[in-house]
Write a protein that binds this ligand. Structure first.
Ligand code: SF4
Ligand code: SF4
Length: 450
């Protein structure tokens, strides 16, 4: 069989299509006039205004503290990247259309109507310069969840056809083919056969019954396939009953990142139904940050009822099983620093799990200056890494990560999100930096006790 990279010469460029200046407006119809687009976006914003959103909108005291929490503001000092500013058209729509004094605002034009120009400008602010990392929320004295509001605002932007082209394209491909990077069931099967052969490991696919359903990130399938070998080695080492399923393996959720709620649901439901079909008691989510939020915290809501199995991020699964002794590890005599993926730790709550795994590996953990729930984002989350024109801004934000890592002087750098890993690899290549990001999952698989 041919080399895996010949089969799929994907690398980082795959989702990017080499478009230098994508059009500001993009959708499959492409024919709507400006007024219709503005109306569609505003109608969606207003639909999304819940009591919580309204409370957030009213609560801002304009202190500006959120600015210093945002990697895009801190590395550029551009006031447009102040987190709360990114919500300005959303706030304008709220004041004019849904707030308690909306009639007053409209009658006396106290807040001007949102224009197509503002929405086009806003596209860059809510897609290119927000990774939905939530660090600003931790700083805000009023507890305003700016990341959640940006996520909501993306719904209206998607409806209005104002999504960056690359992000729209990968989301649409995921809906059409079941994977944003072309990792179709056929490609997955070929990869599994190749990996099983090359690494001499059994990789369970489409077992009729299994206690554990494993899901993957398409970045793992196409760019970091050793992670599939790693998860198989660990589960086989435990003697677990597990499987991958051709009907529900893709955990990345570009429906959520782009703002298309139906596509978000479609992706989640495939995994949920695959887990139910094989009778799984546990569904393991891969090393992917946003996939964790999409299924662990939003899965039951989009499905419409409680999920009849538990959902664990792979780091939680590893932590649970090193603690109960089902995973036995050799010690690693090295110093290591760990990058917390925002959606797993700060937004997801699984901050301690990777540290428990690292303790079991016996590494000397050297925490970054700002770590755990307050870790700085890598700059590539929230779909930003797919947007070509956002590259210069993303590289600027990445400078914080390089400084953080260098400060620790650790020998090894690891994380538990393949999107962060991809962002680090790209940042490393851009800056010719001599550090390489490792996967916690692969570290565990490489150090299983005999
Ligand atoms: S969620 Fe993160 S990227 Fe977005 S505005 Fe807040 S700090 Fe900046
Ligand atoms: S920190 Fe909170 S209250 Fe202060 S400006 Fe930002 S969003 Fe408003």
């Amino acid at each position: 069989m041919s080399d895996i990279n010949e089969l799929h010469p994907l690398e980082l460029e795959a989702p990017r299509f080499g478009i230098k200046k994508p059009p500001a407006r993009f959708d499959k119809q492409g024919t709507r006039d400006d007024g219709e687009r503005v109306k569609t976006a505003l109608d969606s914003f207003v639909r999304d205004f819940s009591r919580t959103t309204a409370a957030y909108m009213e609560a801002c005291v304009h202190c500006g503290q959120c600015a210093e929490a945002c990697h895009f503001y801190v590395t550029t000092r551009d006031p447009r990247y102040t987190p709360i500013w990114k919500l300005e058209p959303f706030k304008q729509a709220y004041s004019r259309e849904a707030g308690p004094f909306a009639w007053l605002f409209r009658t006396f034009n106290l807040k001007p109507a949102v224009t197509i120009g503002e929405l086009e400008e806003w596209q860059e602010l809510i897609y290119d310069s927000c990774t939905l990392c939530g660090r600003c929320t931790m700083i805000c004295p009023m507890g305003i969840d700016i990341a959640a509001l940006v996520g909501l605002a993306r719904h209206g932007m998607f409806q209005a056809g104002l999504v960056p082209h690359e992000l729209w394209a990968v989301a649409q491909r995921a809906e059409r083919e079941g994977s944003p990077l072309g990792a179709t069931p056929k490609v997955l099967k070929e990869r599994i056969e190749w990996l099983a052969d090359e690494h001499d490991v059994e990789i369970a696919l489409d077992q009729a019954k299994a206690d554990i359903l494993v899901t993957l990130s398409s970045i793992e399938i196409m760019k970091y396939p050793r992670s599939i070998v790693a998860v198989a080695k660990i589960l086989n080492h435990m003697g677990a009953s597990w499987t991958l399923s051709s009907d529900g393996y893709e955990a990345t959720n570009f429906g959520m990142l782009s703002g298309h709620t139906q596509w978000q649901r479609d992706i989640s439901v495939k995994m949920i139904e695959a887990a139910i079909a094989c009778g799984a008691k546990t569904l393991i989510l891969p090393e992917c940050g946003h996939a964790y939020g999409a299924l662990r915290w939003e899965g039951a809501n989009v499905y419409g009822r409680p999920l009849p199995f538990s959902v664990l991020h792979i780091s939680e699964f590893l932590a649970e099983n090193v603690k109960n002794g089902r995973i036995r590890l050799e010690k690693v005599d090295k110093s290591l620093t760990f990058h917390d993926p925002c959606q797993v730790s700060r937004r997801g709550g699984a901050t301690q799990a990777p540290r428990d795994v690292l303790a079991a590996l016996g590494v000397e953990l050297r925490e970054m200056p700002s770590t755990g729930d307050m870790n700085w984002c890598c700059g590539g989350g929230g779909g930003v890494v797919t947007i070509h024109r956002a590259d210069p801004l993303r590289y600027k934000a990445f400078e914080i990560k390089m400084r953080q890592v260098e400060d620790t002087r650790a020998e090894v750098l690891a994380t538990t999100c393949s999107n962060c890993r991809q962002t680090f690899d790209d940042g490393q290549a851009h800056y010719k930096w001599d550090k390489r990001m490792h996967s916690l999952l692969e570290l565990v698989a490489d150090n299983l006790a005999a």
